[in-house]
Design a protein around this ligand. Sequence first.
Ligand code: SF4
Length: 465
Amino acid sequence: MAIKVLTEQEIDEQKQYMKKVANLMAGKKYHIYTMGCQLNENESEKLSGMISEMGYIFTDVPEEADLVIFNTCCVRENAEDKILGQLGYFKALKRNKPDMVIGLCGCMAQEPHMVEKFNKTHGQHLNLIFGTHNLYQFPELLYKAINENEKMIEIWDMDGTIAEDIPIKRESKIKANVTIMYGCNNFCSYCIVPYVRGRERSREPKKILEEVQKLAKEGYKEITLLGQNVNSYGKDLENPITFAKLLESVVKIDGIERIRFVSPHPKDFSDELIELIAREEKISKCIHLPLQSGSTEILKKMNRKYTKEQYLELANKIKKAIPNVLFTTDIIVGFPGETEEDFLETMDVVRKVRYYSAFTFVYSRRVGTPADKMLDQVDEDIKSERIGRLINLVNDILEEENEKLVGTVQKVLVEGYSEKNKDMLTGRTDGGKVVNFEGDSSLIGNMVELKITEQRKWYLAGKLL
Ligand code: SF4
């Protein structure tokens, strides 16, 4: 099926439904559970925007809410257990609060076997289920669920949609996520994303730039551009442009002081992009370069389309062009067929690249993916022994790299008070490191220079210059 770009009229129709719900529900409370990646967080911000337009007020006590939405992720198996546990809890709660409306959306809603499971075990108290391609339709579905007391299940099986101008309520007033594209065409053999998020579709650059300009006017200082593979941004547009060209335009927007992006696929990382990052001060020098495995054999089975050597060559090329670069990564341990030798290749890349941080995962089987059908699945105890070794190595490197920062001066965007110590301010370096320091509340939202005085593994201590 084709990609559907929503018309203004279709969005307006939903705005009418927002008004109708507001007439019925203004002043009621809502809560959203968000699982998974930054793209899901960004979609929860859109849900929040729509729900607020409908007159609801956010509560962080879910038991108090009249509307509870589960925005799910299906990348890892334990997410399923978590969500089923939560739904069970709300089933009990709803006995005393029968008017509570419970909705479920996100990636799990696009998996037919999960929808069947939800209906079987929690069908009676789930009021609405909608998928990733029709998030914009939420006001209409909610209205029908409330007004017509109907159970609404609306999931589209298609290549996807692009919906612009949906209200948004952002978590932070300082840094914002901006989704630049949806879906993925890569079909890595372990990954469920292309099946639940559809094919790659880029937003028009004009719409992205308008959103960033608006954020700059509102006082936002840091922007993260999001996509499953930002390096293929723009290829599908009527007038194709590269991701580097889009980034170059974002850099020119006054007021935005730091720009990040996730995730780039190593196979598509262009020289144009490397040169731009090296040249533009505003673009973070912390690059997320997903490795997944250091073994060429395993990378081939993963359908990653690069070898260990090509990955290392790319990392070295970036280091040469941007000497102060910091790398972060994602690594999967225990992919089907992974031998001890394959795992040691991964450890070798970690030692060579010296990641500043790494998201490490034990391979998790996903129904519907080619890797799930591979016969040479690795034993759980071998997986956990390997991930233990990998985490130790990553942590050792992290401490050594943090130690190098002590005594240096870092630019830090001040985000607020530290959660652990309310007398201290907290912010992040260009490399994404948390730094706590003493300072006045007037600094919140500003970029400051700090001298790093101490490293404590998960955060740094600094002193205002
Ligand atoms: S690039 Fe691979 S891992 Fe990333 S979303 Fe696409 S298929 Fe999944």
